[in-house]
Every structure is written in structure tokens, then in C-alpha cells.
Design a protein. Structure first.
Length: 183
């Protein structure tokens, strides 16, 4: 199920508490987020999205066994929770198992074709493998579906980023230099 389904089950005050935890995590305040998540989970111990966010904190801390345990607990409750599957993929990627990571990200996309972070992570792996056409395809979908990024600016195309423009300039310059060298 999607996170929105779970959030609808909460009372308004609890929903606000959870959203504050998520905001803290997205801003990088992991210690505060961890503390708030613990308080939230004390009252809502089986709330899958909060357990997933707690697993994310463990991933950031490189506590992969703890994260994996939480993610498996979530998937026992809800085998179709795409964020947990995606985070298992992130653990696999961190452990160097790119094939397993890709399978898990693809599984998350198959379950929830609107889940942007899974597309994003697939795009990153394809880019690292040198498969740029697949990378671009998945990263565009991630942008369109909404990726996990606090500073994501959906109104600014990625190719207008100054870093990307510099890379394009370097590539064009290299082509021109090669042209003159080879002719």
C-alpha cells in the first residue's frame, strides 16, 4: 500500500507529528528525527511509514542489519510497501550487490509505478553502469513522479543546472578539439 493510505488512518494530530518527523529527516536533522520517530513509534508501533523512516536513519548510520530487520518487519505486514522494498535495494547497493538492488528497485516500480525514489535509484545505477539512455529514462520518470529530495525543484530542468551545462561545454569542446586533431 502507499504511504498516503497509512497516513489517512491517522488522526490529524498524529499525522502532523509524523510529517514533522519526515521533514526533520529530509532536512538532514537525523538525531532529532530519530528521537521524534521513537516517540511516534511508542504510540504507533506498527505504522509502516514511520518504521521505514527509522530504517532510513539506520541506513544513513550504516547499521544495515538493523535497517534490514525493520524493513523485513514492514514487508511481513505489507509485502507491497514500495518504500521498504526500495530501501532494501539501497542496502543491497551499499553492500555492492547492484543486481539485487536493481531487482528490488524494479519490484518497487512494478508494485507502485508512481513511486519516484525507485525510479531515481534505478537511474543512478544505470548511470553508474554507463547505460545513459536507461539512466535518463528513469531519472526523468523520477522527476515526473516526485523523487525523495528536499530541495527538488520540479520547475527547473536538470540540463539547466550549472554543473550539467559545464559538462556539456566540456563535451562540445572535446569534440571540436578531436575534430581538428583528426582532420
Amino acid at each position: 500500500m502507499k504511504e498516503s493510505y497509512y497516513k489517512k488512518q491517522l488522526q490529524e494530530e498524529k499525522k502532523k507529528d509524523y510529517e514533522e518527523c519526515v521533514e526533520l529527516l529530509e532536512r538532514g536533522s537525523r538525531k532529532k528525527a530519530a528521537k521524534r520517530l521513537e516517540e511516534f513509534l511508542a504510540e504507533n508501533p506498527n505504522f509502516a511509514p514511520a518504521l521505514n523512516k527509522k530504517a532510513v536513519i539506520h541506513i544513513y548510520r550504516k547499521e544495515y542489519n538493523k535497517a534490514q530487520s525493520l524493513l523485513n518487519q514492514i514487508l511481513e505486514q505489507d509485502p507491497d510497501f514500495a518504500p521498504a522494498i526500495t530501501n532494501l535495494g539501497s542496502i543491497a547497493k551499499e553492500m555492492g550487490n547492484l543486481n539485487r538492488a536493481k531487482k528490488l528497485y524494479q519490484k518497487a516500480v512494478d508494485i507502485d509505478d508512481e513511486y519516484g525514489p525507485a525510479y531515481n535509484n534505478l537511474g543512478v545505477i544505470y548511470r553508474e553502469e554507463g547505460n545513459y539512455s536507461e539512466s535518463i529514462k528513469h531519472l526523468k520518470k523520477a522527476r515526473k513522479k516526485g523523487s525523495f529530495s528536499y530541495h527538488l525543484n520540479a520547475d527547473k530542468p536538470f540540463y539547466k543546472d550549472p554543473g550539467c551545462l559545464f559538462v556539456i561545454f566540456l563535451v562540445v569542446s572535446l569534440v571540436i578539439v578531436l575534430y581538428f586533431l583528426l582532420t
